[in-house]
Design a protein around this ligand. Structure first.
Ligand code: FES
Ligand SMILES: [Fe+2]
Length: 340
């Protein structure tokens, strides 16, 4: 497969961050049924996603190499091929032109393809500034026991790196969200993965204080975050995702997902009731995370990205994060120095 390139954003005295390498979510697999063609905006231009009748998923550059029609604007699936809406040329899943009405197929024509994977029902597209093939994968999570995922989406004028930095910026939680989040252990880095271990208060008992629960967060690249919180007394585990995808320079689509597994006493209620409880809880979780991000967005929409922040005591996790994310950019654009 060929690997499209995207421009690196550079420029003014406060240059925006470039697009990072990694996997980015362009939708849910359930949005792309067999025979469906969808258009998504990704890093400044359109990407066309489609699924063939047999279920093969592809992501391609939108414009037909014949005379430039947009495949997402009336293109359709014919068996295993995508057919252009302009002159009905057809392209197979390898991107090769395999059918031209009334003449021989022009096999030298081909669609430029993006690498796409379905991971736990997410459509993840790979991007690398130098066009490199994927050199790491999003780890699958075990869906066993979890009920259906709930989705909440929004758009913010910011960059995925800035958004994920919130996870390690412990200091802002008590100020912006009025929640005293605490670190259990320093963030662990492992190649493109960053694991963050924190605890959050879920209730306050007068005279006793806060009741805390631990949460483990995995951030893979700068497009995928999955978190898990156990509530053993309730017999509930909540798994949530925050997926950030750059649609343009400093513009990001946010997809929030959550699902719940129930155990303990809740297991005794009829399964449809369990499923309903799990769905409602998951909906409440994504709604709550959405509200939290609205609080963050008050800051994001007017803040400036500091390439060289001045970190205070207690900001060490931010320094670890800033160092970690350098790997996702071309080396000449990663002049992000931090003083710890
Ligand atoms: S522009 Fe696509 S077939 Fe002519
Ligand atoms: Fe936040």
């Amino acid at each position: 497969m060929s690997k499209p390139k995207r421009p690196v954003a550079t420029g003014d005295p406060w240059p925006p961050l470039p697009y990072p390498a990694g996997w980015f979510c362009l939708g849910l697999a359930s949005e792309l049924k067999p025979g469906t063609v969808l258009t998504r905006t990704f890093m400044g231009s359109d990407v066309v996603l489609y699924r063939t009748e047999r279920g093969v998923v592809r992501a391609v550059e939108p414009h037909c190499p014949h005379l430039g029609a947009h495949l997402g604007s009336g293109g359709r699936i014919v068996g295993e091929n995508i057919q252009c809406p302009f002159h009905a040329f057809e392209y197979d899943p390898d991107g090769t032109c395999v059918r031209v009405p009334d003449s021989e197929p022009l096999k030298k024509l081909s669609l430029t393809q993006w690498t796409i994977r379905e991971v736990n029902g997410l459509l993840m597209v790979w991007y690398a500034p130098d066009g490199a093939a994927p050199y790491w994968e999003i780890p699958q999570v075990d869906p066993q026991g979890f009920h259906r995922v709930q989705l909440h989406s929004k758009h913010v004028s910011s960059h995925p790196q800035e958004l994920y930095e919130n996870t390690v910026d412990y200091r802002h939680f008590s100020v912006v969200h009025a929640v005293p989040l605490e670190e259990i252990a320093p963030p662990e880095t492992d190649g493109p993965f960053l694991r963050v271990h924190t605890k959050v208060p879920i209730a306050r008992i007068p005279g006793v204080g806060n009741i805390w629960v631990g949460q483990t967060v995995l951030i893979a690249g700068l497009g995928y975050l999955v978190a898990e919180i156990d509530f053993p007394r309730l017999g509930v585990t909540v798994r949530s995702w925050a997926l950030f995808t750059a649609t343009d320079v400093w513009e990001t689509d946010i997809r929030l997902l959550a699902c719940c597994a129930v155990a303990g006493p809740l297991k005794r209620v009829p399964r449809p009731v369990q499923a309903l409880i799990a769905r409602l809880l998951a909906k409440a979780v994504v709604f709550k995370i959405g509200k939290v991000l609205d609080e963050d967005n008050v800051i994001w929409k007017s803040k400036r990205y500091m390439h060289q922040p001045h970190l205070a005591q207690g900001d060490k996790a931010v320094g670890i994060y800033r160092h970690h994310v350098r790997q996702f950019y071309p080396s000449e654009t990663t002049g992000q120095e931090v003083s710890l």
